[in-house]
Write a protein of this length. Sequence first.
Length: 361
Amino acid sequence: MLTSSIITLATLALAPSLVSAGMFPKDSLVKPLDVKTFKQALKANETAMVAFVAPWCGHCQKMVPEYSKAALGLHPLVPVYAVNCHAEKNKRLCAEQGVQGFPTVKLFPRGLSQPPKLFDGAERSASALFYFATRGIPKSYEKIYQQEDIEPWLIQYKHKHRALLLNKDKKVPLLWQVLANKYSHTDLAFASHRDRKGRTSIAMGLEEGGPKDSKVLLYPAGSDTYTIYSGINKMDSLSKFFDSVLEGTANLTQLVEQAQSEIYEPDQREIEIEEQQEAQRIALLHGGFTDLIDFEKALKNGGANFHDSNGFGGIGNIPDQFKKQAPKTASSEAPSMSAGTAPTTTPPRAKSTAAPQKDEL
């Protein structure tokens, strides 16, 4: 599994870069794909957004800042890609994907295992693209409204491992939606229950918890007893934990101990990304960058805490025991906002029947 991930990253690194073509900023989280890397990138059972563009396309160039902002907001849960259809070797791929004009944006709900959805919004704003991506994630979890409905769900899926999220928020976190979709074809079932006042937690023998505290409970297949996941509530950490559970490489006690010993230690690139996400939040609090207001609303409505107090892209905050002081950067200037320097955009309107403008092939 690790070897496969390394190969994928290495292959993507060799893809013809749209950054070098002057389209996307150097720090953009939009990853380039070509005919060789397309299938490999979409092989995973996860939701991904792909833009088919051409460097000479005016509408593509106009979309770049918004698409980059959407990629920043979706990181690290929904990968965002771009294919340069002007490159000779990619023309067949673009034709196979039915690209007739630029830009063409498609959402692949579960990689290549499901037909893609075409973005047909009237505006290619960051918020519209964010909504398009998050709302297109297949619902692969059970939303349990009443406490008494938890036990029937546990019995129904007793032949599987079961992951239950006790969450204080009204909306199911985007992270949980993405994880449920990722593991939808495995022996791991997902559910979410809103425990706003902590009453369910208390009834289950747990502490009530704070206003943002979430709990991940894992019930092994065939068992009525849960184990509390006490690691970091981030995509990579939870994925590592669930992978180990499915592989049966260690007993649950060992897995929980390993997860609990993990330290949140972002690398320099992750720190830069978190600074950019935090810069968006700060700008909004101080009334700046008005073109980001609707994007922030989209993030909140999407149920994800991307712009939390510490830029933590997971469920709730980083638990104190996992925090590690990030190294200070040499410059004291505000972090780069290349993804937020586009002119002010019009807030999303009600859905229009007008198709977005494209440059024809």
